[in-house]
Design a protein around this ligand. Structure first.
Ligand code: AMP
Length: 220
């Protein structure tokens, strides 16, 4: 299955992506994770991406499309993939269409996680991430039982630089201006599945269940 997972920052894309890719046995392709890895490794891609990421801006389309193109051509994407955080602009969506055409692939579905603005602000500023394995926690909703260490790998838990309040507000503006138009773009193509969680208070498992049901995977 070839899926895009969309939604504003803080809608729970990363968390849902973990569960969905396990259930569907497909690779999780997160451009944000790819950029963060490059930043950590200090590569030239990382140095360029960091300039945009720290202020909540989008990395230029040419750079982003290039890394996705390389990744989708890898063998493990042959039987499907879940794209998380890409595309984020109409030109990226058009570029994706060309990439998939070249690879002889079609998109199956685009999942749109709908969460209201209030809930998003609360979620993002409380979000914490493991520096080593990327596991996602939340100060209020899902704290680690190991304090500031990761439950899975004992790595250090930290706040992403772009999860501070000022950057979050900027990221939401960028989302509304550049990414939200993709909802209509994919609706017109008949690929959109809206998953509602307006107040942001649904359980993670409920959302996963609703997505799998909507995808028709037969998951209980
Ligand atoms: P994310 O983890 O998906 O919220 O991404 C974190 C940051 O990485 C974003 O705020 C952007 O600066 C950058 N980024 C991730 N995906 C993209 C994309 N598709 N296009 C441009 N920039 C991106």
């Amino acid at each position: 299955m070839r899926i895009i997972l969309m939604g504003p920052p803080g809608a729970g894309k990363g968390t849902q992506a973990e569960f969905l890719t396990q259930a569907l046995k497909i690779p999780h392709i997160s451009t944000g994770d790819m950029f963060r890895k490059a930043v950590k490794e200090g590569t030239s891609l990382g140095l360029e991406a960091k300039r945009y990421m720290d202020s909540g801006k989008l990395v230029p389309d040419t750079v982003t499309v290039g890394i996705v193109k390389e990744r989708l051509a890898e063998a493990d994407c042959q039987n499907g993939f879940l794209l998380d955080g890409f595309p984020r602009t109409i030109p990226q969506a058009d570029a994706l269409e060309n990439i998939l055409q070249e690879l002889g692939m079609n998109l199956d579905k685009v999942i749109n996680l709908e969460v209201g603005r209030e809930a998003i602000l609360k979620r993002l500023t409380g979000r914490r991430v493991c520096k080593s394995c990327g596991a996602i926690y939340h100060m209020l909703y899902h704290p680690s039982s190991q304090g500031n260490k990761c439950e899975l790998c004992s790595g250090e838990i930290y706040q992403r630089e772009d999860d501070t309040e000022a950057t979050v507000v900027n990221r939401l503006e960028v989302y509304e201006r550049q990414t939200a138009p993709l909802v209509e773009y994919y609706e017109k193509k008949g690929l959109l599945l809206n998953i509602l969680n307006t107040a942001g208070d649904e359980k993670v498992e409920t959302i996963t269940h609703n997505i799998l049901k909507a995808l028709g995977s037969g998951q209980k």
